[in-house]
Write a protein that binds this ligand. Structure first.
Ligand code: KG4
Ligand code: ZN
Length: 357
């Protein structure tokens, strides 16, 4: 089955053609990073205007690179949320118009479910139940996935997403945007033990995350130590590299220890770590060690599939199309679309959980 995926939820206009959920025939991504860079974050109005400019040429290019005709596809999958409303609407309207003109079926895909499916291209098939850690600029969630397409949120961030914390800390250190890759590069030359930051403990012991306190702690450290943020083009000092390494290792410890703690209770057969922050080599290394301790494999998307792309949306959509799902012409964007579709009463979930939640 050949499926066209369209993704415009945030600041990437992307289109891809995927065969049978496993083979990327073509994947085109237009990043808006240069446009939002000078604001230190995504500006929603600029993002939607840029999607409008890019959507037609990007979809055309996906077909050109795949060397197929539009009529050769079997269906269309489009991200319907969560994301920025103006951005999402560009993709959803375009996808619906195309489905109508071509007389092809269309399905809506949750962006986070797309990130989970991003591991299905370059890894063996996922064995269920799985535990998926989704870490991006907008989301930090831990999902228990008892079988394909079933999701229960077991952990979430109570404030900032992990990628957002990387971006905010990079901004306050004068490092540029997006912060994740820059902090990772500096952290390689820094001492992760130089500054000790605490990982917040949840009063109710839920496996949730919190990163805004860590950002404030970095801010306080900068103020009290008199550390100078990096100004235009300067080489970052050793103290900045040490701070970057200490911050990064605290985020990773929080993510991986929580994932491991939940895995001990849910007995997953596979761990999945995906989303933009999954590009981070130190997070991959720590996740691999945790997976070894648990005796299960951990799958990551390759770095170009970790950040937003349309191949993952096509892969998730293919499964829905194959199951006979079809959206109507009332398909719409939903900025706060949730992925959870099972609850604690679900038998399938209870089977896998050691204790009653
Ligand atoms: O998945 P994504 O492209 O967009 C969202 O859905 O949010 O993730 C982007 C986020 C940014 O916050 C960026 O700083 C972070 O992923 N990121 C990283 C790395 N590469 C990208 N964070 C840590 N280390 C990296 N190497
Ligand atoms: Zn994303």
């Amino acid at each position: 089955m050949l499926v066209l995926g369209i993704e415009t939820s945030c600041d990437e206009t992307a289109a891809a053609i995927v065969r049978d959920s496993r083979e990327i025939v073509s994947s085109v991504i237009a990043s808006q990073v240069p446009i939002h860079k000078r604001f230190g974050g995504v500006v929603p109005e600029l993002a939607s205007r840029e999607h409008l400019d890019k959507i037609v040429p990007i979809v055309e290019e996906a077909f050109e690179r795949a060397a197929i005709k539009k009529d050769d596809i079997d269906g269309i999958a489009v991200t319907i949320g969560p994301g920025l409303i103006g951005s999402l609407l560009v993709g959803v309207s375009y996808a619906k118009a195309m489905a109508f003109a071509l007389n092809k079926p269309i399905v809506g895909v949750n962006h986070i479910e797309g990130h989970i499916y991003s591991v299905c291209f370059e890894n063996p098939p996922v064995e269920y139940p799985a535990l998926a850690l989704i870490v991006s600029g907008g989301h930090t969630n831990l999902f228990f996935v008892p079988s394909a397409g079933k999701y229960k949120i077991v952990g979430r961030t109570r404030d900032d997403a992990a990628g957002e914390a990387f971006d905010k800390v990079a901004k306050l250190l004068g490092l540029g945007y997006p912060g994740g890759p820059i902090i990772e590069r500096l952290a390689r030359e820094g001492d992760p033990k130089a500054v000790e930051f605490a990982i917040p403990r949840m009063g109710d012991k839920r496996p949730d995350f919190s990163f805004s306190g860590l950002k404030t702690a970095v801010q306080k450290y900068v103020r009290e130590s008199g550390l100078q943020p990096v100004s235009n083009g300067q080489e970052p000092s050793q103290a900045i590299k040490d701070l970057a390494a200490s911050f990064q290792s605290t985020v990773i410890r929080s993510l991986v220890t929580t994932m491991e703690r939940v895995a001990v209770d849910y007995f997953p057969k596979t761990l999945i770590v995906a989303g933009g922050v999954a590009c981070n080599g130190a997070l991959r290394e720590a996740s691999r060690k945790a997976a070894d301790r648990l005796g299960v494999p951990v799958y990551f998307p390759s770095p170009h599939l970790s950040t937003d792309n349309a191949a993952m949306i096509a892969a998730a959509g293919t499964v829905k199309l194959q199951a006979g799902e079809r959206a109507g012409w009332d398909l719409n964007a939903d900025v706060s679309l949730r992925l959870q579709n099972i609850d604690v009463e679900d038998e399938e979930l209870r089977k896998h959980v050691r204790y009653r939640l």
